[in-house]
Ligand binder design. Structure first.
Ligand code: NAP
Length: 252
């Protein structure tokens, strides 16, 4: 039980990596607080967790709203008495186009969800962790924000994900003294709806970019998040942790 009695917020929990993390963290003893916009998906996931004797609550909303970030922390506090960790994982790919063809609306939306949304989440979470005297925050960045790996048309997405590494390092430096660790997780291509699931040509192309010649399962990425949220990573803060099947070294 790596997360016994720890209360952890997971954003982007309605799908892919976040849903896998919710199941895994709950199976490791965590009280999970599930966030995303699709309420019905969160409700179904919470029900699955309850059926396996796990503890889960959920609240639907948009990660771009500070009020929603605050409400998730309030829910964690009211349901479970405080907040120990957060997997700030919600994200969007947006339009995949070269810069001259990319709309400013897409640029602003991708930055708002992936970067501003993560900042708003941390802004709400840090005071609750400070009250606890410790905490662990994990942001889901991407290989695309670190070397790109050969993915075309990802200007806005890459900028948002590289920005998350800067945010991680700055928050880690500011809050280490308060016992709050902040790390970034940089997954490689992962088989999820955003990662091309249901599109065999996209999956084959993305897999081919990886030296391992395959993509990750959502659970493989969730396992790395579990490590960063558990006390096993107690001396890690400010780290961009790469879990990418070797795509960042492009050996082949
Ligand atoms: P996914 O299955 O499409 O999940 C994305 C999640 O983000 C969903 O739960 C979605 O929920 C939530 N979300 C999106 N916009 C939101 C908003 N405005 N407010 C609240 N929630 C929002 O994709 P995934 O691959 O698991 O993505 C998880 C994270 O991993 C993302 O940050 C992504 O950038 C990152 N990542 C993915 C890969 C990959 O290859 N799959 C690689 C590297 C990094 P709702 O639609 O219900 O709101």
């Amino acid at each position: 039980m790596e997360l016994e009695s720890k209360t952890i917020i997971i954003t982007g929990a309605s799908s892919g990596i976040g849903a896998a993390a919710a199941r895994l963290f709950a199976s490791e003893g965590a009280n999970v607080v599930l966030g995303a916009r699709r309420s019905e998906k969160l409700e179904a996931l919470a029900e699955t967790i309850h059926q396996t004797h796990g503890k889960a609550v959920f609240l639907a909303g948009d990660i771009k709203d500070q009020g929603y970030a605050d409400a998730l922390v309030d829910l964690a506090t009211h349901a479970f008495g405080g907040l120990d960790g957060a997997f700030n994982n919600a994200g969007t790919v947006g339009e995949m186009r070269p810069a001259p063809d990319m709309s400013i609306d897409n640029w602003l939306d991708v930055i708002s969800v992936n970067l501003t949304g993560a900042f708003l989440a941390a802004k709400a979470q840090i005071p609750a962790m400070k009250a606890r005297g410790k905490g662990s925050i994990v942001f889901t960045s991407s290989f695309v924000g670190f070397g790109n790996g050969g993915m075309p048309g990802m200007g806005a997405y890459a900028a948002s994900k590289a920005g998350l590494v800067g945010l991680t390092q700055s928050l880690a430096s500011d809050h280490a003294i308060e016992g709050i660790r902040v790390n970034a997780l940089l997954p490689g291509g992962t088989i999820t709806p955003s990662g091309g699931e249901g599109n065999p040509a996209a999956l084959e192309f993305i897999a081919s970019l990886h030296p391992m010649k395959r993509m990750a399962s959502p659970k493989e990425i969730a396992q790395a998040a579990l490590f960063l949220l558990s006390d096993r990573s107690s001396f890690m803060t400010g780290s961009p942790m790469i879990v990418d099947g070797g795509i960042s070294v492009r050996l082949t």
